[in-house]
Write a protein that binds this ligand. Structure first.
Ligand code: TXA
Ligand code: MG
Length: 319
């Protein structure tokens, strides 16, 4: 007979986990404990849920997110698993190792979650609460660290509440995180494994399983970038022209708001809807018979900043 709004933070139990699963299935967000840091979870197969994650974090750009799974059985419907990946999963999962693998054909993972890339980062967290919530949702869960952009990663439910407040939607308290730093990110989409982010599983531990040293991304002199900034970005094949009001001859026009265009990111001018459609629509227009891609102006507020960041990269001169 409690008619007040449910508390933002709820202890992990059968009831709160079921509620979390129900929220996730309807595209809403839930923050929850993993062994590394608290994650801000959303349905990884739902572009709108993933857009809501970026909006809640206030991220000025779309970093690709990790798809979290609870069980081994459906992984190959999401990503392509080779012998190296299989060996690492067997040894370190569940645990703080994220593998970047080629997207499976017909993978249901949102293109916004992978920032338009042909690869997907995937991991199985070693925390009963995280896995129970993923199972209750019945689908892979995209989850960046549950903090506002630029803030430190949260290792308690209280940290999440301080950083995100009501934006977290619901926080399932699974106690303080055991590892306390983010998972190791290993890129296996290339012949030589590349360590994109150091974390709970060390390079030596990975080498012991693979019988091969992973190259460190920082050691690559051609791309001296800081961890977390390492992801390459989906680049359209066609040239991109920004702030277009009309299509020129041969161009596809990607619209925003009420206008005449080839495809519309959001006819109502909703920036979360536009973010959800961005990568799928860019891909749909990046082909014959079009010879170039024109994009309507997008307002710079809210998720518009991240959309424009992505579009400016797409329109930048190619090297
Ligand atoms: O421990 C963790 O990994 C936590 C917990 C919540 O699971 N999650 C986390 O997510 O740290 P996030 O979004 O803050 O970091 C994901 C990292 C980023 O450095 C991102 O660039 C990289 O994974 N990443 C994701 N997908 C990628 C891809 N397809 N290619 C390369 N890097 C990718
Ligand atoms: Mg983070």
């Amino acid at each position: 007979n409690d008619v007040s709004a449910p508390a933002l933070i709820q202890p992990a139990n059968d009831r709160s986990v079921a509620a979390a699963g129900a929220r996730l299935r309807t595209g809403q967000l839930v923050a929850f404990a993993t062994e590394t840091v608290y994650g801000l979870g959303g349905d990884a197969t739902n572009d709108r849920a993933v857009a809501a994650i970026f909006a809640a974090k206030g991220r000025p750009s779309f970093n690709p997110l990790i798809a979290h799974v609870a069980d081994f059985d459906l992984i190959e419907t999401l990503v392509q698993v080779d012998d190296r990946a299989r060996a690492l999963m067997k040894r370190f999962w569940p645990g703080p190792l994220t593998l970047v693998l080629p997207r499976a054909a017909h993978s249901p993972i949102s293109l916004l979650a992978s920032a338009g890339l042909d690869t997907i980062a995937i991991r199985m967290p070693d925390h009963d609460v995280a896995r129970a919530i993923i199972r209750a949702a019945g689908r892979p869960i995209a989850a960046p660290s549950a903090n506002r952009s630029g803030a430190v990663s949260p290792t308690t439910a209280a940290h999440v509440a301080e950083s995100l407040g009501e934006r977290a939607g619901l926080i399932i308290d699974g106690g303080p995180c055991r590892v306390g730093v983010e998972s190791t990110v290993l890129d296996l989409s290339t012949p030589i494994p590349t360590l994109l982010r150091p974390g709970g599983i060390t390079a030596d531990q990975i080498e012991a399983v693979l019988g091969q040293k992973a190259q460190s991304a920082q050691a690559d002199a051609s791309a001296p970038k800081s961890p977390g900034m390492l992801e390459s970005h989906y680049a359209p094949a066609l040239a991109v022209r920004l702030n277009a009001e009309h299509a020129h001859a041969g161009e596809a026009l990607l619209g925003f708001g009420a206008m005449d265009c080839t495809l519309n990111l959001s006819p109502t001018g909703d920036l979360e809807e536009a973010a959800a459609h961005l990568f799928a629509m860019m891909r749909a227009l990046d082909r014959a018979p079009f010879t170039a891609l024109a994009v309507a102006p997008i307002p710079e507020h809210g998720l518009g900043a991240a959309i424009n960041d992505r579009l400016r990269r797409a329109a930048a001169p190619r090297s």
